[in-house]
Design a protein around this ligand. Structure first.
Ligand code: OAD
Length: 230
């Protein structure tokens, strides 16, 4: 089976009702990154940061995967599919994809602010974290999110997966954030690249097949195109 690697960003979850970051009305228009998504923000105001992520978790409980997510599961009949997502939601998991790597962490997990290997899964009935919720060694629990300025621990693994791709598909990411956007440099030159996005995205690589549509329609078209070509 050919290896299909899919890099997703906030745009794939937009039709589920989760706003993207950099589009008009996006999350970074409503909040300043430096207030909620950096280690400094955490040090300065843990309650504010905790509340911000509690709100994101609450929203996640109210939304469902869309065809953008579900269509990628159908592709598993034909390809060995690996999803590398920048998203911290769990919509790929809930759609049923079997191989998902979260580059920027996961909303449904928290970890010790001191011992990064002490990671805990939250449940839908207890998704809210409070100041005073501690790890087993007595340190505050923080979001299991890669904040701006922090290392991206899953990057090595993501590079290895990308290097082996026979086909790369990019869905719903502005490719503004590094190192994630740098994954494009690791794709073999002969591997075709498909990009699904309703808006223009600048890609540092030639020979990209653009599907200028939202995720649901775009994934439908991708499935047709890949069936014809395989
Ligand atoms: P952005 O908000 O930067 O980009 C979203 C992309 O989705 C844009 O290219 C939009 O055109 C596209 N888009 C909008 N609606 C869409 C739809 N219906 N279908 C498909 N695409 C659509 O989000 P990301 O590139 O994911 O990191 O942002 C990368 C990282 O920056 C995030 O993981 C997050 C953020 O700050 C952290 O929080 C650490």
């Amino acid at each position: 089976m050919k290896k299909l690697v899919i890099l997703t960003g906030a745009g794939i979850s937009a039709e589920s009702g989760i706003s993207t970051f950099r589009d008009t009305g996006g999350l970074w228009e409503q909040y300043a990154i430096e207030d909620v998504a950096t280690l400094n923000a955490w040090i300065k105001d843990k309650a504010l940061v905790t509340d911000f992520y509690n709100q994101r978790r609450k929203q996640l409980l109210q939304v469902e995967p869309n065809y953008g997510h579900r269509g990628l599961v159908e592709l598993e009949k034909q390809f060995q599919v690996s999803i590398i997502t920048q998203n911290v939601d769990n919509l790929h998991e809930r759609a049923g994809s079997s191989s998902i790597l979260h580059l920027h962490g996961e909303l449904t997990k928290v970890r010790s602010e001191k011992y990064e290997n002490l990671v805990y899964e939250l449940t839908p009935d207890k998704y809210e974290v409070k100041i005073g919720d501690l790890c087993e060694k007595g340190y505050q629990l923080r979001p299991h999110i890669v904040w701006f300025g922090e290392a991206v621990p899953m990057m090595e693994q993501a590079i290895q997966i990308t290097e082996q791709a026979d086909i790369l598909v990019i869905i719903g990411t502005s490719l503004n954030v590094y190192p994630a956007a740098g994954l494009l440099y690791y794709i073999r030159t002969e591997a075709p690249v498909y990009l699904i996005d309703p808006n223009d995205v600048s890609v540092s690589r030639g020979n990209v097949h653009l599907i200028k549509k939202g995720a649901s329609e775009g994934v439908k078209e991708l499935i047709k195109l890949l069936q014809i070509q395989s």
